[in-house]
Design a protein around this ligand. Structure first.
Ligand SMILES: C[S@@+](CC[C@H](N)C(=O)[O-])C[C@H]1O[C@@H](n2cnc3c(N)ncnc32)[C@H](O)[C@@H]1O
Length: 247
């Protein structure tokens, strides 16, 4: 079952208030690390899975990508993406990541930012992405870090009775599966899996692993946002970059 929380008006409104929604990639804490993993996009065919407002699609176009496809489940997210996209070169498609179909070898680069923790079977997805990529294609994606998603008691700090942050609970780490969270709204369904499952699913699909990052938020943003300081106490993002080898 795919939950489409981003089309819930209250959730959509709250998501729209986040810095990353207002400022785009410049306001996304992990963007500095993600961008560093992207290959030269000039002349490439790029697919963005869970494209949201389309920030990464427009970045790819600006870098000279030849054709860009953004896929997202949410009608509201795509409506905003289309509003913010002037000119051609980007095709936005409303579809679940789990259901979308492409011919083998359709893309040179597949990327995804913070969407796969909404997808139940990463192993199946990795195999499909491998087929959609041309030889020597690249797959770069970020997810909420498994240390962040592990607890079954919600994704939040443990606090003292006075409300002071004590620590981030890591529990039930090996129990992969559904997590019901209260991020921006009640009962937001995400899927927890281990770092090993992410990495081994890539390897089993035939990818070569190029890089694994657990970045702290951008130092510039940290300077401006003292309230983000606690984000350095545990990883929030896991970013993986993989390649499809030449046959
Ligand atoms: C945290 S937002 C990230 C948006 C964008 N990638 C970014 O980084 O700015 C997650 C996006 O994934 C989309 N999404 C969640 N589950 C999905 C699914 N099963 N199939 C397609 N899109 C999905 C949501 O609608 C939302 O736009």
């Amino acid at each position: 079952v795919k939950q489409n929380k981003y089309d819930d008006p209250a959730f959509f409104e709250a998501y729209g208030q986040l810095l990353r929604s207002r400022a785009g990639l410049a306001g996304a804490g992990e963007w500095h690390a993600f961008r560093a993993l992207l290959p030269d996009l000039r002349g490439r065919r790029v697919l963005d899975l869970g494209c949201g407002f389309g920030w990464h699609c427009r970045y790819a176009r600006k870098q000279g990508a030849r054709a860009i496809t953004g896929v997202d489940l949410s009608e509201r997210m795509l409506a905003r993406a289309r509003e913010m996209t002037i000119g051609s070169g980007i095709l936005y498609v409303q579809c679940a990541i789990e259901d979308i179909q492409f011919d083998p070898g359709s893309f040179d680069i597949v990327l995804s930012s913070l969407a796969f923790h909404y997808v139940e079977r990463f192993d199946l997805l990795a195999a499909r992405v491998h087929r959609w990529l041309a030889e020597e294609g690249k797959f770069i994606f970020s997810v909420e870090h498994p240390i962040f998603t592990a607890s079954q008691a919600g994704q939040d700090w443990w606090r003292s009775p006075e409300g002071q942050i004590l620590h981030w609970p890591v529990d039930a780490y090996q129990a992969e599966g559904v997590r019901s969270t209260n991020w921006l709204a009640d009962n937001v369904v995400k899927y927890h899996r281990t770092v090993a499952t992410y990495v081994n699913s890539l390897l089993d699909a035939g990818f070569r692993l190029d890089r694994l990052l657990e970045p702290e938020p951008d130092p510039g943003l940290l300077r401006d946002r003292p309230d983000w300081q606690d984000e350095t106490r545990r990883p929030m993002f896991l970013i993986l970059a993989a390649s499809k080898d030449q046959l």
